[in-house]
Design a protein around this ligand. Sequence first.
Ligand code: SAJ
Length: 421
Amino acid sequence: MKKICVIGLGYIGLPTACLFAKYGYDVKGIEMKKMIIDSIKNGTFNSPETGLNELVEEVVKSGKLTLNNKPEKSDIFIICVPTPLNEKATLCDLSYVKSTAISITPLLEKGNTVILESTVPPGTIKNVLLPILENSGLKAGEDFNLVYCPERLLPGNLLKEIINNDRVIGGIDDYSSKIAKELYSSFVKGNIYITDATTAEVIKLMENTYRDINIALANEFAMVCEKLGINVWEAIKIANKHPRVNIHFPGPGVGGHCIPKDPWFIFESFPNGVKIIKTAREINDFMPEYVVETVKRYIKNIKNPKVALLGVSYKANVDDTRNSPSTKIIEIFKQEGYEVSAHDPHVKNYGFELHEFEDVVKNADCILLCVNHNKYKKINPKIISKLVRNKLIIDTKNFIDKKLWKDAGFDVKVLGNGKPR
Ligand code: SAJ
């Protein structure tokens, strides 16, 4: 059976490595972080993703997935390393992709296949990866295959999506694409679409940019509707009944490790030719500030107010806090000298201190709901009404049962709802 080296055992690399191992390949998982390797080896690896812990245990026990901290000779190399934004916050930092390519180059042999899954700016395969790998003396498309195959998985639903989602494969030539298609067909049940490498890179960016722009549109509608004295949620719901309309939903901003950064990868190639993409990013980045201003308006007459912030992950029911809008909201409140106390039922490690739910709402003057975790549905407003100092809740996700909270005496505000009560 062919040997695969999966480099980067993050939220994409690990399930990818496990599935190839499950479907018979000899997989070497490569990871720089010793902590990750140790936790997989000693069985303490713990992911909130359904089924992942069991799958990891299965393939490690069967010996099909083994681990190392640097790549070794293989038939196939799959690169799943991070591509963060650089310190200017609008340019892609390709250093991990480059260093991985440099580490693979001396190992490359005729007939090998190199696949990149990380999200990258257009042209990275042809202009960055290919020249580095050709330093091996081998020629891409003749001696080895080179492919872009973006991951397209929704955190929180990884294993289901990795198997069932359609995939895009962009080889630098037809043979590279054919080989990659055969490989992924071992576990992918969705359709596999073949295109060229640069088109595949752009498709990935288009998907997340589409989502970013639509969320920005929803956020702009929310701000407009508030001023018009109408309810954006009601308006979007009815507008979406149109067969060709799919407006997304407003919120406190756009977080995660993909959507807030990927649109910049298009922008960086055409800084003067890209308008809507940049504006959408700016609107979504502005939302935490808008939320803070909204809160401040409602508590302006309260002396030394306390804000109880619920939810610090970037979206519902996950423990991931990367680029979370809540982090920006907490930062702004703290900078301005407000007392803010935060809770999240899923998050353990966070840059700011988190507290028990009861301690957070105790003596609060405003409950600010930033994430629609299912667990927050179970909150009993009657109990909370006895703990808070001022009965006000601001719901940025249109999530709570308004009647329940109103019946418990709360003043209920929903982001984007400007209707007078
Ligand atoms: N959000 C809104 N309003 C909405 C939808 C989302 O404010 O209507 C916010 C969320 O609260 C969150 C952010 O946007 O803060 C992003 O969440 P998400 O669920 O839209 O996306 P991610 O970042 O978890 O995953 C996305 C997915 N891309 C698309 O749906 C096009 C996923 O399929 C990609 O694989 C992933 O990015 C990635 O890795 O690129």
